[in-house]
Design a protein. Sequence first.
Length: 398
Amino acid sequence: MRFSGFSKLSAAGKLNKLVEEGILDAEALNSLTTFQPKDPLAQSLFEKMAENVIGTFPTPYSIAPGFLINNKPYVVPMVTEESSVVAAASWSARFWTERGGFRTKVISETKIGQIHFLWSGDPGLLSQNSPAIFSRLRSSVVHLTKSMEYRSGGITGFELLNLTNSLERYFQIRVSFLTADSMGANFINSCLEMMAAELCRATEELIPVADSPEIIMSILSNHTPDCRVECMVECPIPELAGIRGVEDPADFARRFSLAVQIATIDPYRAVTHNKGIYNGIDAVILATANDFRAVEAAGHAYASIGGQYRSLTSISIDNNIFRYTLEVPMAVGTVGGLTKAHPMAALSLKILGNPTAGELMQIAASVGLANNFAALKALTTTGIQAGHMPLHQRKQKQ
Ligand code: MEV
């Protein structure tokens, strides 16, 4: 096997092997060296983050200044490779700061974990015994939940689901968690695996007439509709004046509203619309070393929650007030994971004033709404090429 033992080689050994195999040449080695952290501490940090590390892949680290969120000013770090995203967020931040800023609230921070299992006994018996089983499950993880409870987190509920109509013998225990300022994936997964073992013991003891459950898997769910944040901007329609390309604010509001309605009824447009929201959200999630795959997956699932993929934003124009709202799920942390271990993530959190997880949800949502507002403004006025992508075009010409 050409690459057997590759993972055991030192970083230099891996490079040699790739040269030997003709995968890397001198030019490639030069690129890798150019972007290699000079500080050995940083290098060893990256080597610990993933496997088979042979280099780092730098991406621009930018600042979008001038956000006003719930009357508090923020300077927001953004990591993105897409030109014009930071400029668009900054433009929007300034525009809305002059009109009262972003109003946000965390709707809830509940996350879900699932124990998936097969059981051939009488579902009625399982249901009757579920309070006793839940209590045993809870007790089995007290040593894990104690410190989380101290931080106002922990397990907040259990639910038994009989899904035997969809899959033979298939049941699920759905556990609700609050994870304070951590994203909580490790905590949730540790609790679930321990509780799954206890589920087998408790069921055997409480319902001896049936076989023990067969645990299929225990894992958190990245579908987080109840870990959700709302973000809104509003102003009287005449205050929409002053945007380049807008001569008539009422007509701008009408066209903007139509763009949102189109993204609500047409999934092809909705995906692009929501992608523009994640231009902003992902950049903040990346800058704080949070899990952008989890955040995106949750967002797109939430966009489909009514059975059809839709815009994550909604608009209302009542009594001459333009009100634009984003509602989005988001499981993030400001402690644990890489949030402090990655020096750039720690820096981002410091720049943001060391927010709680809830605050970070509100900041990221505001940047998402800012980017989407800038995109729709450009699309419904000057067009995206003139309004939104001049930097991109400049880069292409270089
Ligand atoms: C480009 O990255 C994002 C946009 O396509 C978003 C949108 O169309 O709303 C401009």
